[in-house]
Write a protein that binds this ligand. Structure first.
Ligand code: HEC
Length: 218
């Protein structure tokens, strides 16, 4: 039986199709190429060697090692590249056990800006933006820290501040895991700037602006 619609088209009947096929019976180069690429694609999909490979995922047990773990512990004394802490002052705030009163690198405007940013994030919640110790957490009941502007802390060496941030101090916890040593020094530099800001005299003001200030005060 002829399919309806199919037979209506002139020359498109089964015979015409058969004639077309017989005329093309010998597969041409294009046809071979097509078949080859289908095979290549098909068999490539069946390769498993790189897809299912013997490997351990993190924390997977292993029967190979005595302790039954696939993760290997660090070999004692190994230091990752760039992590050798030879600079005592930079990493501890002390040199030969004595708390330092100098910075381990030059303090520039950039360092102070960084210090202010980090201080406002990490310290101001308790110490407030000026360092007087009335931050929001304190207003909500946390023990009040001393003001940075008391004589004892104004005279404390910079290494002391570095140690307080690194190790914590009394009720204040350590920030070692959150603030890198370089940023700790930047914060200390900014604390020094805060201290100066509360104890500046007219002599600290540049001469040309001094006149302006005295004028205003009159
Ligand atoms: C959660 C509140 C809190 C935060 C945040 C905090 N501190 Fe403190 N800090 C305290 C308290 C409370 C004390 C007083 C601790 C004591 O005497 O027991 C203190 C004390 C100090 C002191 C004085 C130490 C001394 O010699 O008396 C310094 C300096 C200090 N903090 C620096 C910092 C710096 C820098 C940061 C930010 C990196 C910081 N703190 C963040 C609560 C905080």
């Amino acid at each position: 039986m002829k399919a309806k619609g199919y037979s209506k088209e002139k020359g498109a009947g089964p015979q015409a199709l058969g004639g077309y096929l017989s005329a093309q019976r010998k597969p041409g180069p294009l046809w071979r190429f097509g078949l080859l690429s289908v095979c290549v694609v098909f068999f490539a999909g069946c390769r498993l060697d790189m897809h299912i490979q013997p490997k351990y995922k993190p924390d997977e047990p292993s029967t190979f090692f005595e302790d039954g773990r696939s993760d290997r512990p660090e070999v004692n004394g190994v230091v990752a590249r760039g992590h050798l802490r030879v600079d005592q002052q930079f990493y501890t705030g002390r040199v030969n056990g004595v708390v330092v009163n100098t910075f381990p690198f030059p303090i520039t405007r950039e360092v102070l800006d960084r210090g202010r940013e980090r201080f406002n994030i990490y310290c101001s919640p308790c110490h407030d933006y000026t360092g007087s110790g009335h931050g929001m957490i304190v207003q909500r009941g946390f023990p009040a820290p001393p003001s940075y502007h008391i004589d004892r802390l104004r005279q404390a060496p910079v290494g002391h501040f570095f140690e307080v941030i690194t190790d914590g101090y009394g009720a204040m916890f350590s920030y070692a895991s959150r603030i890198s040593p370089k940023d700790r020094w930047a914060i200390v530099a900014y604390i020094r700037a805060l201290q100066l800001s509360q104890h500046a005299t007219l002599n600290d003001v540049p001469a040309q602006e001094r006149a302006e200030l005295t004028e205003e005060a009159k």
